[in-house]
Design a protein. Sequence first.
Length: 267
Amino acid sequence: MSFPIFPRYRDRYLPALTPAQIAALPDRAWAPVIVPVGAIEQHGPHLPVSVDSFLGQVWVEQLLPRLPAGASCYIAPPITIGKSNEHTGFPGTLMISKDTLRSQLLVIARQLHAWGFKQMAILNTHGGNMAVNQYTLREINATIGLRAGSLQNRHSIDVPPQEATYGYHANEAETALMLAASGPYIKSGAVCEYYAKLGDTRDLRPERAGATFAWVSQDLSKSGIMGDATAGTVEKGERWIAHSAEGLAKAVAALCAEGRALAGVSA
């Protein structure tokens, strides 16, 4: 009897390897270890609370087959609960503090360095983690001696200006991605709810403005949705997943090339 307890990329998933297998990996000096960092939090009435952490696994599943020849990477256990205190007050939100998130990243970095790895890259899927990730990565680089950064996906999605400006959460993009990746788990209840509209004369906004303010979801939305969730479709989600996975694969390949150069290893 066999149970599928490991993902399909078992040969690249560090928890699925034995200590001897990890010690024998030939590319630890330059291949990055990807650390998916997500969240468990409300995503409106129509999406499961695991959206961010689930999508992190989708990106890993999709980017690995797109890696070019000569590129390599390994996948660390994901951090599935993130800094989500901005979504407090809605059922289904779990959260850890900024200090706990920082500590987890530091512990992972120290152990990866002890195992002989030289590069670590966060694959972040939750905006609330970003500030903590950034200053912790700087600390890792400065104190642990592990080259650490974040995977950057340069692909931009084609959404209307209103959605691009005010679609923050459980929006068109996240709804489309989840419909494409996990359609049977999507429920009814998608709505369109914006905090503000284009053309408003305000300079102070919660995001993407010259002056921003701290906020929690309840300040901006009754439903938990910030954006037009009704506009998400399977077709859009499939297209955006493919384009984003291609961009992430290119980012991993670039890290591999940089790591080889620093390690003095020829391609």
